[in-house]
Design a protein around this ligand. Structure first.
Ligand SMILES: Cc1cc2nc3c(=O)[nH]c(=O)nc-3n(C[C@H](O)[C@H](O)[C@H](O)COP(=O)(O)OP(=O)(O)OC[C@H]3O[C@@H](n4cnc5c(N)ncnc54)[C@H](O)[C@@H]3O)c2cc1C
Length: 429
């Protein structure tokens, strides 16, 4: 019977352990924390968005090449993940592709995985941090401060550096390096964005619908208020709920932009953001609406005109951007025809200057990690070290919000667990 040691009892480590045991291996899972799946418990605001019903989940992932990620994803697709959990007694429901447990609790996911590990007689060793690993002859020695586990195969499922208090403190990268693996630079991928500006304290806590675009332009080049065609290169655009904070912006739509910002290091060019705060209206429609409301309101102050369109905390900021004050009358928009255009422009093209992302403590997922060029996508076995496997976020793969990161954790855990148990590349064809 092959002995498989799994380092890390997060989502991918537990999937790897269950799969290896189902394929006949004697499995030991070792985790530094005092309970399994600490990060899993935080997912989806405690509700766990456990996958996304998508025929091409690889298209929503980054890092390794599309084909590499696809080969792993094909081994356990989102419908297989739902079936896997159904067989463990976890009912799930889908809304717009997003899949959650019907219990509404991430703890249900860890509970069914824990029960399955118990049923399969998997040994779970908690509060044991792995400090080193080494292959002696054909046996892997995996060491804590006071113990040495021996196995025929090791799966490193240590996660990334995102939210280190959940156990993923980046020590997995050091373990991978000890075995000769290259680590691609690790940085926050889904995270709030820090912005320059003195008004953020005043709007902190506001939530609004918005579309936010990220552009790249020559440094010191054009200001954002130029025609679309001259703005620079559009890198990414997302829409949804925008959350204003005292340091900048947050919310799922912002998270999706963060990976582009944390990656950016070109001294000759700079990034800028533009928020459309009324994405359901065209600029022309908005301008017409502003003028017709100005006609109706006459001498009433201009903030009154905006109250039905924007959160009231945003109004002074928008007025300042348009060169107006809260004391101006609505009638001014009719007297100066350029003013309605300027106000519409401030609402539709509100500029934001990013100065980075929040750090690892506040990010959900990291980009970078173990270079996938040195890992087989068919088995997730190291190309450098026989019997060494990787799964989950430790690898240089990260996904968009919406269940794609856990889908990656399940699919990669399944692939690594199955191949580690079978022991030969041909056995898992
Ligand atoms: C707040 C938050 C919300 C999220 N929500 C979602 C969501 O709804 N849907 C989604 O798809 N994704 C979500 N994610 C991302 C998702 O949780 C991760 O991508 C996923 O958990 C990664 O799984 P993993 O098994 O690779 O790593 P982890 O879950 O981080 O597990 C790694 C484990 O390895 C252990 N470990 C690390 N180093 C060692 C060592 N040296 N020795 C022993 N043990 C070690 C750690 O203690 C940890 O238990 C969220 C993330 C966060 C932070």
């Amino acid at each position: 019977m092959r002995r498989v040691i799994v380092v890390g009892a997060g989502a991918s480590g537990m999937m790897a352990a269950v799969t290896a045991a189902r394929n006949g291996a004697a499995v030991t899972v070792v985790d530094a924390m005092d309970r399994v799946g600490k990060k899993l418990l935080l997912t989806g605001n405690g509700r766990c968005n456990l996958t996304h019903m998508d025929e091409h989940p690889e298209d929503s992932c980054f890092g390794a090449g599309r084909g590499w990620i696809q080969t792993v994803m094909r081994q356990l697709m989102p419908e297989d993940v739902r079936r896997f959990f159904l067989e463990l007694g976890l009912l799930t429901f889908e809304k717009n592709g997003y899949v959650y447990p019907v219990s509404g609790q991430a703890s249900s996911v860890t509970a069914v995985l824990t029960a399955e590990m118990k049923r399969l007689k998997i040994k779970v060793k908690l509060s044991e941090k792995i400090l080193s690993l080494e292959k002696k002859k054909d046996i892997w020695e995996v060491r804590t401060a006071s113990w040495c586990y021996e196995g025929d195969a090791v799966i490193l499922a240590c996660g990334s550096k995102a939210v280190p208090k959940t156990g993923s403190d980046g020590s997995g990268y050091a373990l991978a390096k000890m075995t000769g693996h290259r680590i691609r630079p690790v940085r926050p991928a889904l995270a709030p964005i820090l912005c320059e500006g003195d008004f953020f304290q005043a709007v902190s806590g506001v939530r609004c619908r918005a579309a936010v675009s990220l552009y790249l332009r020559a440094k010191g080049g054009q200001k954002p208020d130029v025609p679309e065609s001259e703005k620079g290169q559009l890198l990414h655009r997302e829409s949804g709920e925008l959350l204003w904070a005292n340091y900048g912006i947050s919310g799922i739509l912002v998270f999706q932009l963060a990976r582009f910002i944390s990656a950016y290091q070109d001294p000759g060019r700079e990034l800028f953001l533009e928020a459309d705060l009324l994405p359901d209206l065209t600029e022309g429609e908005l301008e017409k609406l502003l003028i017709s409301r100005a006609e109706a309101l006459g001498q009433e102050r201009v903030p009154v005109l905006l109250l039905g369109l924007l959160n009231e905390k945003l109004i002074p900021v928008i007025l300042k951007r348009a060169g107006m004050t809260r004391k101006d009358s609505s009638a001014k928009l009719m007297e100066d025809e350029k003013l309605a255009g300027r106000l519409a422009d401030a609402i539709k093209h509100f500029p934001l200057v990013p100065r980075g992302t929040k750090s690892f403590d506040a990010c959900q997922v990291c980009a970078g990690g173990v270079d996938t060029k040195q890992v087989s996508c068919r088995t997730l076995e190291s190309k450098l070290q026989k019997g060494l496997y990787f799964s989950g976020e430790i690898l240089d793969v990260d996904g968009l919000c919406g269940g794609y990161n856990l889908q990656w954790a399940w699919a990669s855990g399944y692939t690594a667990g199955r191949s580690a148990a079978c022991g030969s590349l041909d056995a898992v064809r």
